[in-house]
Design a protein around this ligand. Structure first.
Ligand SMILES: Nc1nc2c(ncn2[C@@H]2O[C@H](COP(=O)(O)OP(=O)(O)O)[C@@H](O)[C@H]2O)c(=O)[nH]1
Ligand SMILES: [Mg+2]
Length: 236
């Protein structure tokens, strides 16, 4: 089995060998990762609805392990305002949650690797990694768990610049009864996740009440990166 690093290096070679304007990617993959129950599937459904898609992925009950397989969905329409990716299929990939009762975090990475190896055609580029984090939760170990998962990804990928493609998306902002969420957010950026932010990752809110627009703007911000010149493009 090819390693995840080797799969992603291949993706990077495909991406880097092409000019962003003259050779658009054959497809763009955005991985959605995060703990079980964080809201990965929910986020994807809001995105799909915003894109006018009739597809949806299965949403689970809080903390149960609902998504056991890698589930790619193609979201059309989202690339239309981005010159490089216009007309290019955008594949958003739902994944089994980290920290779940059925599969280890390492197994999840392995499944992602297998999926990338088997499913990505020549010219596929990684649009980014959306890591969903439930800001309302009160598990003291949760921020560190994200750190260790990102560290694991970073090691496996051996691409320090990869972090520029990571968006840490905090979800469940409507759960105001769950404490001072803004203070939690500040702690995440200034303490727990400071090193990944320093390495280029961004922390972004999945805004309650305007979820579709929020999901879309997060994806837009990733597609925007593909417009950068090839030599500075933080691709695989
Ligand atoms: N209030 C609220 N509930 C959410 C949000 N995101 C997810 N949920 C709920 O959290 C539960 C788990 O969501 P799901 O998308 O299945 O989590 P996943 O395991 O990460 O895919 C479901 O009951 C969702 O309806 C959010 O932003 N706000
Ligand atoms: Mg799910």
């Amino acid at each position: 089995m090819r390693s995840l690093a080797s799969s992603l290096r291949t993706l990077k070679q495909h991406a880097m060998s092409k000019s962003p304007t003259s050779n658009p990617p054959s497809s763009i993959v955005i991985l959605v990762l995060g703990q079980t129950g964080a809201g990965k599937s929910y986020f994807i459904n809001k995105l799909l609805a915003e894109a006018g898609s009739k597809h949806h992925v299965q949403v689970g009950e809080q903390q149960s392990s609902c998504t056991s397989d890698i589930t790619p969905v193609t979201a059309s329409g989202l690339t239309s305002k981005h010159p490089t990716s216009k007309g290019c299929p955008l594949v958003v990939v739902d994944t089994p949650g980290f920290d779940n009762t059925l599969v280890s975090d390492r197994d999840i990475c392995d499944r992602v690797e297998v999926w990338l190896t088997e499913s990505c055609r020549d010219g596929t580029v990684l649009g980014g990694i959306i890591y969903i984090y439930d800001i309302s939760q009160d598990r003291p170990s949760a921020p560190a768990r994200v750190n260790s998962n990102l560290q694991m990804l970073r090691e496996v990928l051996r691409q320090p610049e990869l972090m520029g493609k990571v968006v840490l998306v905090t979800s469940k902002w409507d759960r105001v009864m769950c404490g001072d969420l803004e203070t939690k957010e500040k702690d995440l950026s200034s303490k727990h996740w400071a090193f990944v932010v320093k390495a280029g990752a961004r922390i972004v809110r999945f805004e309650a009440k305007k979820e579709g627009a929020s999901a879309r703007s997060i994806v837009d911000s990733l597609l925007e990166l593909l417009e950068q010149p090839a030599d500075t493009m933080p691709l695989w």
